[in-house]
Write a protein that binds this ligand. Structure first.
Ligand code: PMP
Length: 372
């Protein structure tokens, strides 16, 4: 019964840890990629009102005009590029946008280039639609090496995906990194898909979008992380009108439209000041980094809510197993990478859980290293 296409992809390694968590008593859960706070009350009220006011039907495929206009305004203000109304679509999460984008551009055998460590969906979605993932190593410091990227480009390359800030490393690409990617994309006339879902969580620098310096960029942005609306399934894409037109066409035959009442609430969300969320998460970043930096080799994350420590010695899968036995849920690096040298912590957790996790991780790391 089951298609070869389905069998090509494995179920997410994160889900597997998730399922383990359900059976544990009060674990320190560092596995979840969503904020620990709830949607702000005033945004919930807008969604409830939209439902009560009868905004419960299909919207136009590309999303309601008020939200598209607001997204254009937000992107102009924060990313320095003004888009026209035929250059934007409201999607069912960034996941929806990514799926539509890849379906719009990939023919069988086409290559999609992205950087290792990577967000899991890039590899699986590319495989699912018969594209070929080409994965460029960025270890150990996660910055972009021009020569390595150049080598990855072939006549079959269709696009490069850049995720900034990055899941799973929390790494924020420097302006120079981004200029390098843009240079290669320009020289080879490639689309650059810029996954900016964590743009609300950049702690030490100003967010910089490649769309500011390159025309052939498809920005993917969303509401899941910034407003803790992961279950509301809302995102957007902005880019060249011919690609957006294809994405709208494909949305007609798949997602149909993003959830209607939440589109109304998202208009309000883009007026909401989220700086306190960012500040709270900057402190959590400092708490976890300062707490475990002596036990592991770590590139300090500048954004998102992830940290991706490398073990000083030993096997990561073994270490993760020990951590889980000690009630701390972390994800082995090979879920997000061709290597298995690191593990991912999501520090979107309560401060007391972060402190509890820090203590346990330091203790088990010390015992683990002593074996060698
Ligand atoms: N891109 C990245 C890098 C992510 O981490 C996630 C969520 N884990 C997504 C896209 C998808 O988010 P959503 O579909 O909820 O907008």
């Amino acid at each position: 019964m089951i298609s070869k296409r389905s069998l090509k992809v494995d179920s997410s390694g994160i889900r597997k840890v998730f399922e383990l968590a359900a059976k544990m008593q009060n674990p320190v859960n560092f596995s979840i990629g969503q904020p620990d706070f709830d949607v702000p009350e005033e945004l919930k009220e807008v969604a409830i009102k939209a439902i009560k006011d009868g905004f419960n039907r299909y919207t136009v495929t590309q999303g309601i005009e008020a939200l598209r206009e607001k997204v254009i305004e937000y992107v102009e203000k924060t990313k320095g590029r003004k888009y026209a109304s035929n250059e934007v679509i409201i999607t069912s999460g960034v996941s929806g946008g990514l799926m539509l984008a890849l379906m719009s551009i990939v023919d069988p055998g086409d290559e999609i280039v992205f950087f290792d460590p990577y967000f899991v969906m890039y590899k699986h979605l590319t495989n699912l639609i018969d594209g070929v993932p080409i994965i460029v190593d960025t270890y150990p410091d996660f910055s972009i090496n021009e020569e390595k990227l150049k080598k990855a480009i072939t006549p079959k390359t269709k696009a490069i995906i850049l995720n900034n800030p990055c899941n799973p490393t929390g790494y924020v690409y420097s302006k120079k990194d981004i200029e390098t990617v843009v240079k290669i994309a320009k020289e080879n006339n490639l689309l650059l898909i810029s996954d900016e879902i964590y743009d609300g969580f950049v702690y030490d620098t100003e967010f910089f979008s490649p769309a500011k310096i390159y025309d052939n960029v498809l920005i993917l942005g969303g509401f899941s992380k910034t407003y803790a609306m992961t279950g509301w399934r809302l995102g957007y894409a902005l880019g060249p009108s011919e690609i957006i037109a294809q994405m709208i066409k494909l949305q007609q035959y798949s997602f149909v439209c993003a959830p209607s009442p939440f589109q109304y609430a998202a208009v309000k969300a883009l007026e909401y000041d989220t700086s306190s969320f960012k500040e709270t998460y900057r402190k959590k970043r400092d708490l976890i980094y300062n707490g475990i930096k002596d036990s592991f080799n770590i590139i300090k994350p500048g954004g998102a809510f992830y940290i991706f420590p490398a073990l000083k010695k030993g096997d990561v899968s073994e270490f993760v197993e020990i951590a889980i036995k000690n009630n701390v849920l972390i994800i082995p690096g090979n879920v997000f990478s061709e290597k298995n040298t690191n593990f991912r912590i999501s520090f979107a957790a309560k401060d007391e859980d972060i402190l509890r996790g820090v203590e346990i991780l330091n203790k088990i790391a010390k015992e683990f290293y002593e074996k060698f």
